[in-house]
Design a protein around this ligand. Structure first.
Ligand SMILES: [Zn+2]
Length: 371
């Protein structure tokens, strides 16, 4: 394992922040796997799973079993990890400007398309290499003045030429679930099954350029733009939600890391016998079919259903209780599906998202992710 610390731009003189990158196997070997944990910094389940994964990768490397290259960033957001206000940890939004740390990554499609136009041939592998080089060159031109811009650029630079990218997050209170591009569902089905995921949310564009789509969507879009040239669906990328923020146990971390290693064996990055893949605990559903259960009024949140429960349209998932009048407002499901996530607090201002239900039928358009 090689450890490298990348310096982020300083916000003020005398302040420096480093991003630690762990490298396994041979630089340039294929497949290249990129894994990062905690892009929203208050996501300890992924941080702990990354440590279990690191131990496993060190042991595999000692046995000579890293066939490709594996890059692990165990703390993907050292900026967010340092953010506290009056003792309360805030990891989702950048306190410098309010931006969500997992939005507005550079969209490299246009610059890459311009660079490869007229240079694609009949050889798919050669085209893939051309796309990777163009993606890296396009990213090199993106300015990075602030610590967060520098962080995003470093993270994407490590991932943009990878064959497989795992971006490990968690939700507030949740069961295991993942997000990926619709055409990548088949590629990640084994990982979903190995992790025991209860929901797999699919979209071709979620909105606002999250990290996983900054890696995967250029390949998807370049294939559409150059239909006559063979371009693989490279940059396979998924956002893994390792349950809820408080679901931090060694048992979960070890099981999740073991599942990831099994997936790396399936992808050929780690040598060894193919693992048995359990039956899937869910089937993919459209992200546009995920109901965001919203509070129609303020109130104390009293949940009637647990994360992971299967609910039907009309089931009352929560009741909002007005703490002054005592008025009670039921909040029903508007779709059938798995209640895969709930909010972590128990008071709602009007409009608050209380939970998410993975339904089969598209019911939303536009930006599909939580703010
Ligand atoms: Zn997150």
């Amino acid at each position: 394992m090689k450890t490298e610390t990348l310096a982020l731009p300083g916000a003020t003189p005398g302040v420096s922040i480093g991003l630690t990158v762990l490298r396994f196997g041979q630089s340039g070997a294929r497949p290249k796997i990129y894994v990062q944990a905690g892009l929203h910094a208050d996501e300890s389940p992924g941080h702990l799973a990354a440590q279990s994964l690191r131990r496993r990768l060190e042991a595999l490397e000692a046995e000579g079993r890293i066939a490709g290259e594996v890059v692990l960033v165990p703390v993907a957001n050292p900026i967010g990890l340092s953010q506290r206000v009056n003792g309360v940890f805030h990891g989702r939004f950048d306190m410098a400007d309010g931006g969500n740390f997992n939005r507005h990554f550079p969209n490299l499609t246009e610059a890459t398309a311009a660079a490869i136009a007229g240079r694609l041939g009949r050889d798919e592998a050669a085209n893939a290499e051309l796309v990777r080089s163009a993606l890296k060159a396009a990213l090199a031109d993106v300015p990075a003045r602030t610590p967060t811009e520098g962080l995003k650029k470093h993270l994407l630079a490590e991932a943009v030429d990878a064959d497989v990218v795992l971006d490990i997050h968690c939700d507030s209170e949740a069961v295991m679930h993942l997000y990926t591009l619709t055409p990548q569902a088949e590629a990640f089905a084994p990982l979903s099954a190995l992790l025991g995921a209860r929901a797999m949310l699919l979209a071709t564009e979620s909105g606002d350029d999250p990290f996983d789509e900054a890696v995967s969507r250029p390949w998807f879009e370049l294939r559409r733009r150059f239909p006559d040239a063979p371009i693989p669906l490279g940059g396979l990328s998924t956002t893994l939600e390792l349950r809820g923020q408080a679901d931090v146990t060694e048992a979960y971390a070890d099981a999740d890391a073991a599942a990831i290693v099994d997936f790396l064996v399936l992808r050929g990055a780690v040598s060894g016998p193919a693992p048995a893949i359990p039956d899937a605990a869910c089937r993919p559903t459209p992200l546009a079919g995920s109901q965001a259960l919203e509070a129609p009024c303020p109130g104390i949140i009293v949940f009637h259903r647990e994360a992971g429960d299967v609910v039907s349209t009309g089931d009352v998932v929560a009741t909002l209780v007005d703490p002054v009048s005592g008025a009670r407002t039921p909040v029903p499901a508007r779709t059938d599906g798995v209640l895969y996530a709930r909010c972590g607090t128990r008071f709602a201002h009007a409009g608050k998202r209380l939970g998410k239900i993975a339904g089969d039928t598209p019911i939303r358009t536009g930006k599909l992710l939580s703010p």
